[in-house]
Design a protein around this ligand. Structure first.
Ligand SMILES: [Zn+2]
Length: 243
């Protein structure tokens, strides 16, 4: 008889999944393969982009509104390529996010509206072992505000009581997954969705000027993550289960 404990864990099921990201393209870099798998297995996945993405370019002459509009369209196309449900844009100024109480309330509002079982977001602290993008100040701000919204604000009826007046009841998120590239304590097998991850990233056309062979780089890193868990390709996460 095989030992029950040696069975590989089944991919968990979540009815609703929400990812909070600072910029268009962040969901795809960190978690596109996983989001595509969740959607394919029946989850309703919503993407929340917190900033307007207006600093994501090299040419200062392009008007902010023009670049934002282009990046929002790119995000919608990427989400379609992954089979996701809806993109929401909070429109905060790019490069200037802080984990303020107002921002925490805004995230809490979105969590109470959509009632996700699983939330994904950025790493909330400086982690110098990740790529430099891991500690972009907007990423840190979104990670901190989102974790503070998950616990305790979204579940606590005494937090942000004005949300009750908007008809938004407390909600308990079951898990938080934080993309960690090749590190982390939980690896999702994305062998079946790596091509969709690349296709979704390709939708972010404005972001790949001057980065040759990025597709190979993504495959290489995904393969490195996979090697840690016995998969061909994987995405790594810090997995937080909430009881
Ligand atoms: Zn970003």
């Amino acid at each position: 008889m095989p030992d029950e404990t040696e069975k590989p864990e089944e991919f968990p099921k979540f009815e609703r999944v929400m990812i909070f990201s600072a910029h268009p393209d962040d969901p795809e870099f960190g978690a596109a393969g996983t989001l595509a798998r969740l959607a394919a297995e029946g989850s309703c996945v919503n993407v929340v982009i917190c900033t307007d993405g207006s600093e994501g370019g090299e040419d200062p002459a392009v008007p902010d509104a023009e670049l934002s509009a282009q990046r929002y369209e790119e995000q919608r196309a990427a989400s379609r390529a992954l089979g996701l449900n809806e993109c929401l844009f909070l429109g905060q100024p790019d490069g200037r996010l802080t984990p303020s109480l107002e921002f925490r309330r805004e995230i809490t509002r979105e969590i109470r509206k959509f009632r996700p079982d699983l939330v994904l977001t950025h790493y909330p602290t400086y982690n110098l072992d990740t790529g430099i993008g891991g500690y972009h100040p907007d990423h840190l701000a979104v990670g901190q505000a989102t974790l503070a919204a998950v616990y305790p604000a979204a579940r606590n009826p005494r937090a942000f009581r004005e949300l009750l007046e908007e008809g938004l009841e407390p909600w308990k998120v079951r898990e938080v997954w934080i993309p960690t590239w090749t590190s982390g304590d939980y690896f999702v097998d994305i062998t079946s969705t790596i091509d969709r991850k690349i296709a979704a990233l390709e939708a972010h056309k404005s972001q790949f000027t001057g980065w040759e062979n990025w597709q190979e780089e993504i495959r290489k890193r995904s393969h490195e993550a996979g090697e840690k868990a016995g998969y061909e390709f994987a995405e790594g996460f810090k997995r937080i289960k909430i009881f």
